[in-house]
Design a protein. Structure first.
Length: 94
């Protein structure tokens, strides 16, 4: 069961690598299509990595502690995302 999550995380990292290289290599020839494919790969890679990481996190704790660990992880992810988003709202682009 544990190797399944590691395999999904490895696939996600490969998708992230493909997403990082795709726009620079093909943007000149493909235009917006490379950006669309890159964003799709980014989304799929993010989802695989998030699910795989959460699975590994909950497997590393006892059944009594896994729910709390997953809750703390989710709250941390959302608070960091909020902390990254809020300052951007104050940027004035004139």
């Amino acid at each position: 069961m544990r190797w399944d999550a590691i395999i999904w995380a490895a696939i996600a990292l490969l998708l992230f690598a493909a997403e990082a290289m795709l726009p620079g290599a093909f943007m000149i020839w493909m235009g917006i299509a490379a950006t669309v494919v890159s964003l799709i790969l980014l989304g799929i890679g993010w989802n695989f990595l998030y699910v795989g990481g959460t699975t590994l996190l909950t497997q590393s704790y006892s059944p009594n502690e896994s729910g709390r660990a997953q809750g703390v992880n989710d709250m941390t992810v959302f608070v960091v995302g909020l902390a990254a988003f809020v300052p951007v709202t104050f940027i004035d682009l004139r």
